[in-house]
Design a binder for this molecule. Structure first.
Ligand SMILES: [Zn+2]
Ligand SMILES: [Zn+2]
Length: 257
């Protein structure tokens, strides 16, 4: 089965210093495409450099400022992000969104940066990658207000039914990560509720390694475990879900392989 890791952070030092080895293992596991998602302005530049290179797996980048560091999303920084977002190897804006669990940046700053990223995505005509944690009502409100003007994904989804509904109504995708393999995963009903043509899979490497690699550094090869577990929950064969998620990732990011 061909696999696509729709969200990884390959610029992270834990992966970057042995990137070729990591991507060789991914290819052996069936991964043929991956988007390395940026977390701030400097990381966006690093992600672009990676995506410009030749690798065992085809790579693309995103351009964005993570909600954890939303305070750094000054008008100048956002203008620079928009410039990066227009580059050919950049296929998405983000990750942006809201994180009320860590509250590393003030919520006002997070909401303003989120709206700004949605507007950039609309202007550059590329999809937006959205991080949501313990922020369902505010995220759903923003998506209901502006979401239908852009293609979006709720990445590493852990939220509730209201947020899924807002995303699906706006035509968005929902992406699942290694959390689906954890014994205490509580989102099985919502994982089943996402239609076949809106589901994506990801690792969010180097974070959240799935079972049986839990606690180690996550890497794109392990997306296979996410597919296997998610397929079991949805009652389909891994190959069926893997191929669907693969095709969905190409459609979402507007890329071909
Ligand atoms: Zn995230
Ligand atoms: Zn991420």
């Amino acid at each position: 089965m061909r696999l696509f890791d729709s969200h990884a952070h390959l610029t992270d030092e834990r992966l970057f210093h042995r990137l070729t080895e990591v991507l060789e293992r991914a290819r052996e596991a069936g991964v043929v495409g991956c988007v390395t998602v940026a977390g701030d302005l400097q990381d966006t530049e690093a992600a672009r450099r990676i995506a410009q290179g030749d690798h065992p797996v085809r790579l693309w980048a995103s351009a964005g400022i993570h909600p954890h560091v939303a305070s750094t999303a000054t008008p100048e920084a956002l203008a620079a992000i928009e410039g990066h977002a227009r580059a050919q190897e950049v296929v998405a804006v983000g990750e942006t969104g809201l994180d009320y669990h860590t509250d590393d940046s003030p919520r006002d700053a997070q909401r303003a940066a989120f709206i700004a990223h949605l507007e950039i995505a609309e202007r550059v005509g590329k999809p937006v990658v959205v991080h949501t944690r313990e922020c369902d009502a505010d995220a759903a409100a923003a998506i209901r207000e502006r979401g239908s003007r852009v293609r979006g994904v709720l990445h590493c989804f852990t939220g509730g039914a209201e947020l899924v509904r807002a995303a699906l109504d706006a035509g968005w995708y929902v992406s699942f990560a290694g959390i689906v393999t954890f014994p205490r995963f509580a989102g099985a009903d919502l994982l089943r509720a996402v239609p076949d043509d809106r589901i994506l899979v990801e690792t969010d490497s180097p974070y959240l390694a799935p079972v049986p690699h839990r606690g180690r550094v996550n890497e794109p090869a392990y997306v296979r475990h996410v597919v296997e577990r998610a397929a079991a929950v949805r009652g389909v064969a891994p190959e069926t879900l893997g191929e669907r998620a693969f095709a969905n990732a190409l459609a979402f990011y507007g890329v071909a392989l």
